[in-house]
Design a protein around this ligand. Structure first.
Ligand SMILES: [Zn+2]
Length: 466
């Protein structure tokens, strides 16, 4: 058996063993593979065909890449995708080897038709140093902590470095984010390199109109004056301009968005053609995710019908508004929260939520970010008038409880769990206490989500709708 195939087998075996002992297997197999076969990622260039997409940015990577993978699969392609959001090199190698291994027949390797890989901004150049992409999608850059000065600048520089390593790559860029503008300016000798998408208008129907996401001041990369807006949608995203003449780039792909409580409708304009798409993913942040996936597909020449079908079929996985039906006509909905902007936009969608209990699980493990001060920048005030029980858990359960109390949430309805890591147990206990027709909403940070995922089969077996 060729050495490359042996590496795939090794990864699969490690993954299987980890799963038997109920350990998380999203990154460790990739670590082992790279240790024994350092040129693995380089070799992958031979076994993964095109199109190859990389997705980076602070928020929306997992949903954008999930949607885009679904669109490409709808077109009949076998696509490799790190769908569980493990987006650092070991996680990416794990996903690729699992994806290729499942295509191996009698020790013979069958190639994948393409890939959609979300990459952590900080490690993007580590990947492009070994693997070549056709397209890079950049969603946005937000700060994880408002007091962490220079964070976005560092991320931007790392993305630029990654782009330089793949000189033929096309960039699909969210023009509504003025922070990303510097990336296209850096490559201004090649205008064809960029495809710009953005939103021209947003209308809300029965949805909270005002965003409470932290909207810090952004300064023009050309003259250092403060950026102004014709329209500002949330955080620093919008139709922006500067008095010096710098402004949002002309849009190649533009959308009018209507945000409903249970769906988004996007009217898209591309090369003079008009398309209407609908998605069950809710909230304006998800309209941006849908728009970035649609823009990528259109740029790669995928036809409208396949995009439409994929948007219809796509079911959010792994904590991105993921919904599970429980016995007794009850829903369990899981939302990942990890930084002030993302959390505020999720909370905005939960404002006025009725007939649901809530579990909020905050961990401070390495993959969550050790510093939880972002809780104070996120709009937990949206839960001020929430009229049901909120149970806090996670290694920072007490911080979550303190934040809710400070936000004005009724302390009588607050149940504070120990500072432990057992979110799946907290969910199980909460389901036991639910009344019929009463739902459960989970807000959880990344490592808590891994814990839920590990225990999901057990939860569904016990409580899932038949
Ligand atoms: Zn300016």
């Amino acid at each position: 058996m060729p050495k490359f195939n042996k590496a795939l087998k090794l990864s699969h075996t490690v993954s299987k063993i980890l799963k038997i002992f109920n350990f998380e297997a999203t990154s460790f197999p990739g670590k082992i593979v790279q240790k024994f076969y350092p040129s693995f990622l380089k070799e992958c260039n031979r076994y993964i065909k095109h199109p190859r997409f990389a997705i980076t940015g602070t928020n929306g990577k997992t949903t954008t890449s999930g949607l885009l993978s679904e669109i490409l699969r709808q077109s009949g392609l076998y696509i490799i995708n790190n769908k569980l959001g493990a987006n650092m090199p070991n996680g990416i190698v794990t996903s690729i080897s699992e994806g290729l291994y499942s295509k191996m027949k009698d020790s013979k390797l069958i190639e994948a038709n393409g890939c959609v890989l979300e990459c952590d901004e900080a490690y993007f150049s580590v990947i492009t140093n070994k693997f070549n992409f056709d397209y890079l999608v950049i969603t946005n850059l937000f700060r994880d902590q408002l007091d962490r000065y220079g964070e976005m600048d560092i991320a931007r520089k790392k993305i630029i470095k990654g782009i330089e390593l793949n000189p033929d790559m096309k960039i699909i860029l969210n023009a509504d984010d003025p922070v990303l503008c510097e990336i296209s300016e850096h490559f201004n000798y090649n205008e064809d390199k960029f495809i710009y998408y953005g939103i021209t208008n947003v209308e809300y129907i029965d949805y909270e109109k005002t965003s409470k996401s932290p909207s810090e001041n952004i300064y023009c990369t050309k003259c250092n004056e403060r950026i102004s807006y014709n329209k500002r949608y949330y955080a620093q995203l919008g139709d922006w301009y500067c008095l010096c003449g710098n402004k949002r780039h002309n849009l190649d792909i533009s959308a009018n968005v209507i945000v409903y409580p249970d769906k988004n409708v996007l009217d898209i304009n591309y090369k003079g053609e008009k398309y209407t798409f609908k998605t069950d993913l809710t909230g304006l942040y998800n309209a941006y995710n849908a728009l970035s996936a649609i823009s990528s597909a259109l740029a790669a020449g995928i036809n409208k019908d396949n995009i439409e079908k994929a948007l219809d079929n796509y079911r959010p996985v792994f904590g991105r508004h993921q919904k599970i039906k429980l016995k007794g006509n009850r829903d369990l909905t899981i939302h990942l929260i990890k930084n002030p902007v993302g959390a505020s936009e999720v909370l905005r969608g939960l404002k006025g939520l009725k007939n649901s209990r809530m579990v909020i699980s905050i961990n401070d493990n390495y993959a969550d970010g050790k510093d939880v001060s972002w809780l104070w920048d996120a709009d937990f005030e949206a839960l001020k008038d929430f009229q049901n029980v909120i149970y806090t858990t996670g290694t920072r359960s007490y911080d979550a409880a303190l934040r809710l109390k400070h936000a004005g949430f009724n302390p009588i309805l607050l149940e504070v769990g120990d500072n432990t890591n057992k979110v799946a147990t907290a969910i199980e206990n909460s389901i036991e206490e639910l009344n019929d027709n009463e739902n459960l909403t989970i807000l959880v940070t990344y490592t808590g989500l891994l814990d839920i995922n590990k225990n999901m089969k057990k939860l569904i077996r016990k409580y899932g709708e038949d």
